[in-house]
Design a protein around this ligand. Structure first.
Ligand SMILES: [Zn+2]
Length: 184
């Protein structure tokens, strides 16, 4: 299927209640960050399911990230983005002007979306190429995941690297802002 623009106007809840649900160490780490860039939280279940999917092939694979996004009043207003669940696509072709995934991805995402989850972004692999965003990836992000809380996670399963990029301009998420938490 051709992936359509996912940007939408949503009123996000404040992050404070979510942060209190985390383990104290995770909560302190996230609350203590001084920078103004979004905080990206990946649940260990979500990371495991992404890795299990991406480890199955040395071709580039990908899928959707579902979860929650919150407003966060730190030193400046920013977001806390929580990737709770990955939805794998067996078909994945990202060209910047189109993002092709199989139709069933949407079918598998639907129950979670109906339960209130958001499409918070996408993920894909760069087997043995390094975890960076290519120009094509930046164009895909700008075209299809352009909310300020849209995150693109790229994983190199060979080199064991993971990076996250956020917003329409694909700003790199600092390593300290990318936190894997045990919940979920
Ligand atoms: Zn890429």
């Amino acid at each position: 299927m051709r992936w359509e623009d996912q940007s939408e106007t949503v009123t996000l809840p404040a992050a404070a209640v979510f942060l209190k649900t985390l383990e104290p160490a995770d909560e302190q780490r996230l609350s203590g960050l001084e920078n103004e860039l979004p905080r990206v939280v990946v649940t260990s279940d979500c990371l495991r399911s992404m890795r299990e999917h991406l480890d199955t092939s040395c071709d580039e694979l990908g899928g959707l990230l579902l979860g929650r996004a919150y407003r966060h009043a730190g030193p400046a207003e920013t977001h806390v983005i929580v990737a709770e669940c990955s939805v794998a696509s067996r078909v994945f072709d990202s060209t910047g002007v189109s993002l092709r995934m199989e139709t069933e991805v949407w079918d598998r995402a639907r129950p979670l979306l109906d339960a209130g989850a958001l499409v918070v972004g996408w993920y894909h692999s760069h087997p043995n190429l390094g975890a960076f965003f290519s120009e094509t990836d930046r164009t895909t992000q700008r075209s299809f995941f352009r909310n300020p809380f849209s995150v693109g996670i790229v994983i190199d399963p060979v080199r064991e690297e993971m990076r996250a990029f956020v917003g329409p301009e694909s700003a790199i998420v600092p390593e300290e802002n990318l936190v894997v938490v045990a919940c979920g």
